[in-house]
Design a protein around this ligand. Structure first.
Ligand code: KDG
Ligand code: MG
Length: 404
């Protein structure tokens, strides 16, 4: 029997920080898992190195389900982003190994293709409305069928707006969190106007998305959703902090704007009420933060029963390993909605050699590459030592901390 011989945890910052788990079997087969938790990376690296890697050695890499149960149920402390990200890294690495052993891409092991490609949405942003309109048009020209739009609120600014010519608005450039001002009234006055401007100038021939980043109360979110109904958004994302699921009942009673939630939720129990009460339209849980392919599929299957579609988180803090795993899952599930996609920095792609390809607004993987189709170049990674970076923190104009 093949056994797990080695499990290594790599922490490097090629463009931004990634934590990567590589499992090697006694037959010399390797599998990769992403273990990146933005701004709290070393907590997961320690959880893996100190508490999980010793449990893996000598185990059968083929028993993916049993390993998941062992790491989840076998530990007294359950759920939460650190635990679920660590379990995800092991789970995804084992799926990668299973695919390589079988000589099949992971999507074949999950039941095969349900679609030819995975529709993605890109991130358009602007320091003002004309800049935002140009950026949305640029994404349309690149072939995107779905675009998220965020503009800086005058006098306040908004997280999610790209700086300069960088392809991403993250990570923050400082070693300590940047503090950004926030004003809900200013946002509520401005955001509906630029979403309307996007439709007025660029039409309805593509899906338009918007991320509220958990910043509103349920009533404010209901008002916002109502105001933007004529823009026919694909979704309004994270209108209120997701830990209070009852909020969504109130929002639902007032607006038909579709709702997407779940990028910070990490288990099927965290989304159970949202899904079974049909309080959301899209579930944004991801491979990396929600326990890997094994657990994410359970969430997506539950969602399918309630006509909730998938819309996995996919910003650049999710490594190319997660992006590949997401595409394999998205290709197979019946209730796929959309996949978030931000191009990784060139330095990131020097370290992660990925076979995932973008074409005509969709991502796909090669049919003849076994496993996930991503390799980690340890030597290239050595040129990018770990650099701590944090997400910004929002403060209201009176100085108090606001929700992320
Ligand atoms: O780690 C948080 C980031 O990924 C953040 O940008 C996520 O709101 C986000 C999104 O929708 O991608
Ligand atoms: Mg978001």
């Amino acid at each position: 029997m093949s056994t797990i011989e080695r499990a290594e945890v790599f922490v490097a910052s090629p463009g931004r920080t990634f934590v990567t788990l590589r499992i090697t079997t006694s037959d010399g087969v390797t599998g990769l898992g992403d273990a990146t938790l933005n701004g709290r990376e070393l907590a997961v690296a320690a959880y893996l190195r100190d508490h999980v890697v010793p449990l893996l050695i000598g185990k059968d890499p083929a028993r993916i389900e049993d390993m998941w149960q062992y790491l989840y149920r076998g530990a007294y402390w359950r759920r939460g982003p650190v635990t679920m990200t660590a379990i995800a890294a092991v789970d995804v690495a084992l799926w990668d190994i299973k695919g390589k052993v079988a000589g099949l891409p992971v999507y074949q092991l999950l039941g095969g293709r349900s679609r030819d490609g995975v529709m993605v949405y890109g991130h358009a942003s602007g320091a003002d409305v004309p800049e935002l309109l140009d950026d949305v048009a640029r994404f349309r020209d690149l072939g995107y069928q779905a675009v998220r739009a965020q503009a800086a609120v005058p006098g306040v600014g908004t997280y999610g707006v790209r700086k300069g010519t960088r392809s991403s608005y993250e990570p923050a450039s400082t070693a300590l969190p940047e503090e950004q001002p926030w004003s809900t009234p200013a946002y509520l006055d401005f955001a509906p106007t630029y979403l309307a401007a996007v439709r007025e100038h660029l039409g309805f021939g593509f899906h338009l998305l918007h991320d509220v980043h958990h910043r509103l109360t349920p009533l404010e979110a209901a008002q916002f959703g109502k105001r933007v109904e004529e823009c026919r958004l694909f979704w309004m994302e994270d209108p209120t902090p997701a830990e209070n699921q009852e909020s969504f009942r109130l929002i639902r009673q007032h607006t038909t704007t579709p709702i997407a939630v779940g990028e910070v939720l990490t288990s099927i129990w965290d989304v159970q009420t949202l899904i079974t009460e049909q309080l959301i339209d899209y579930v944004r849980t991801t491979v990396v933060h929600a326990g890997g392919i094994t657990h994410l599929r359970r969430i997506f299957d539950l969602a399918a029963l309630y006509q909730v579609r998938t819309g996995s988180h996919g910003a650049t803090d999710l490594s190319p390993v997660t992006l590949a795993a997401a595409v394999h899952v998205d290709l197979t599930v019946p209730n796929f909605g959309v996949q978030e996609y931000m191009e990784h920095a060139a330095e990131t792609m020097e370290v992660f050699r990925s076979t995932v390809r973008f074409d005509a607004g969709a991502l796909d993987v090669a049919d003849d590459v076994p496993g996930l189709g991503v390799e980690y170049d340890e030597k290239a990674a050595a040129a990018f030592p770990y650099e701590p970076k944090y997400l910004p923190v929002a403060r209201r104009l009176d100085g108090s901390v606001h929700d992320w």
